[in-house]
Design a protein around this ligand. Structure first.
Ligand SMILES: *Cc1c(COP(=O)(O)O)cnc(C)c1O
Length: 362
């Protein structure tokens, strides 16, 4: 087998090796069909089984009940910044947004085109290096919904429990931590996630919506932008991202075979602790960027060295040693190790060893 690097990319991101190898086996001719999944009609019985199995496996991973619809859409999480307010903001035409980073801000920008946005909490004045406290949220009980970003891919913060929002539907952009642990779907009105961080290749966005909210989707919306249309057509109003959904299905199977999301969470916790514990024990040579340890992301570990020159050297030498994708987002700099579900524990241990060696030599 060709050598692979440790891929710390924030997204598109690492996939499980088992999934890649299975895809390789199926690539030329899928399970005796004589064609690749890429070449199949999305309306044929072979593909029907692929998408139905993917949905069933996802439902079993998260115990998603029949009162929720699962949609496989396109346009990235970015299109959801528009679809959420277009479908769900009327008739109240006002919604609460908790702003914890660049992605939340983009969501706000689109929501403002539809109605009134109440920024119910923000940590922007601290450059998003922490999350707001529950007691600081100024929620409007009449809001159409509350939107938040569960994991802030760029700033390295993550909500460990959902904000408390009473009876107002909770909407979550979970693009960079969906499936990192078991969550209670019943707490959500809608949750969306682009596939390319923790679930598959780029090109599909998963939307899980409480069916009762579909009543809000107005017939006057453009057809493709209406959740109800996608629900009524089983995500096949138009041609879905067939191959991406197939890979997502393999990832869901992999998660089930790994023992489900509780097991995955345990693994994620171990990986993140290994890295954070070393950062904290490095006597200030490496410094985590997030103020409160409780806000630290298990998915994107962000840290700094003592100078930008040293960071440059660190990233270059790490890259040469087979640790790829450690450069922080261009808007914040520093170092970011994205250690999604598929990232192996050994890769984190090896990175810690590399960090120790680098510290000794520099
Ligand atoms: C990456 C990311 C997005 C943007 O996803 P696209 O699929 O590129 O539209 C949105 N929100 C979060 C939290 C992200 O990490």
């Amino acid at each position: 087998m060709k050598k692979r690097v440790y891929n710390f990319s924030a997204g598109p991101a690492i996939l499980p090796e088992e999934v890649l190898l299975q895809a390789q086996e199926d690539f030329f001719s899928y399970q005796g069909t004589g064609m690749s999944v890429m070449e199949m009609s999305h309306r044929g019985k072979d593909y029907d089984k692929i998408i139905k199995t993917a949905e069933a496996d996802l439902r079993s991973l998260l115990n998603i009940g029949d009162d929720y619809a699962v949609l496989f859409l396109q346009g990235g999480a970015t299109l959801q910044f528009s679809m959420v307010p277009l479908n769900l903001m009327p008739p109240a035409n006002k919604a609460d947004y908790i702003v914890t980073g660049a992605w939340s801000k983009k969501a706000v920008k689109e929501a403002k085109r539809v109605g009134t946005v109440n920024v119910a909490g923000t940590t922007e004045t601290n450059n998003f290096n922490q999350l707001p406290l529950q007691s600081d949220l100024k929620l409007d009980p009449q809001a159409a919904y509350v939107h938040y970003t569960s994991n802030n891919t760029i700033f390295g913060t993550q909500w460990k429990t959902e904000p408390e929002v009473g009876n107002v539907p909770l909407i979550c952009d979970a693009s960079s931590d969906f499936l990192y642990k078991k969550i209670d779907i019943n707490k959500y009105g809608l949750i969306y996630a682009g596939a390319q961080k923790n679930m598959g290749p780029a090109g599909c966005t998963l939307v899980i919506i409480r069916k009762e909210l579909l009543d809000r989707c107005s017939d006057s919306l453009h057809t493709y932008l209406n959740y109800k249309i996608h629900f009524e057509n089983d995500s096949m109003y138009n041609t879905p991202s067939t191959y991406i959904i197939y890979i997502m299905g393999l990832v869901f199977k992999w998660l089930l075979n790994m023992g489900g999301l509780d097991k995955m969470y345990e693994r994620n916790l171990n990986k993140a602790n290994l890295l954070y514990n070393y950062i904290d024990a490095s006597n200030g040579y490496y410094t985590g960027t997030v103020v409160n340890p409780g806000d630290r992301s298990l998915m994107n570990v962000t840290f700094r060295l003592t100078s930008e020159d040293l960071e440059k050297k660190f990233i270059a030498e790490a890259s040469a040693a087979g640790f790829s994708g450690l450069k922080g987002h261009r808007s914040v700099g520093g170092v970011r190790a994205s250690i999604y579900n598929a990232f192996p524990e050994k890769g984190v241990a090896d990175l810690v060893q590399f960090m120790q060696d680098f510290k000794l030599k520099n």
